[in-house]
Design a protein around this ligand. Sequence first.
Ligand SMILES: [Zn+2]
Length: 186
Amino acid sequence: MLRKAFLAVALAAATTVVAPLTGHASAGGAPPTAAAVNVYYDTSSAPTFASAIRQGAANWNARVSNVKLVENRSAATLRYREGNDPRGSYASTNGHGSGTIFIDYTQARQYYVTRITAHETGHALGLPDHYSGPCSELMSGGGPGTSCTVASPNATEAARVNSLWANGFAGTYEWKVIYEQVPVHS
Ligand SMILES: [Zn+2]
């Protein structure tokens, strides 16, 4: 994964040689020396939503290359919880792979659960809310209403996350608590 990140940087610097660089990716060169950029997560405190959390993570993994979500309880920096909270679901996170994601039962009954889990995971990967966006946008969250079942990031969102993770875990990140204050629809 570090190799991919390095390649992504190299490609960004020299976009006209994409094909040759890709072709040489497996030929020679020093092997990666640092740990891969994996974000380990734990679903054990959100058993009701474990499969939705895994699907949401898989949806991210299918579209981004600079970070990978891997379920691993003992190594987890990202933990999912479930319960009832009048404030709804939230992500308490540094926006860079650490934190707690809380899935609220009431919202989980109202909205497509995998969209909730993938959306909250998007916060843990660094994306903010954008409730005014269309259903095709994951980070529009509950904005488009309860009928929206899109649970994958769009190309813009995936590109943004790849950019945010181009340097792996390097950098400093501000801790935030992001509540899903979903707009009321008539
Ligand atoms: Zn949100």
